[in-house]
Write a protein that binds this ligand. Structure first.
Ligand SMILES: [Zn+2]
Length: 56
């Protein structure tokens, strides 16, 4: 199993059951990974490929 790290906080979310990962909604080329903690405090993310800013 490949380790997964949050795009924003760089924490290992491999065993974080509350984490989510999805392809960038703008370019669809980069997988955004967010830990449960990121979601709880609504940490914004930026796609390193196209510069799209989320969470929306
Ligand atoms: Zn993107």
């Amino acid at each position: 199993m490949t380790a997964k790290f949050s795009t924003t906080s760089k924490v290992n979310v491999t065993n974080d059951t509350g984490s989510v990962s999805f392809m960038c909604p703008n370019c669809g080329e980069f997988e955004i990974v967010r830990s449960q903690h990121d979601r709880e405090i609504v940490v914004p993310y930026v796609c390193p490929k196209c510069g799209f800013e989320g969470p929306n």
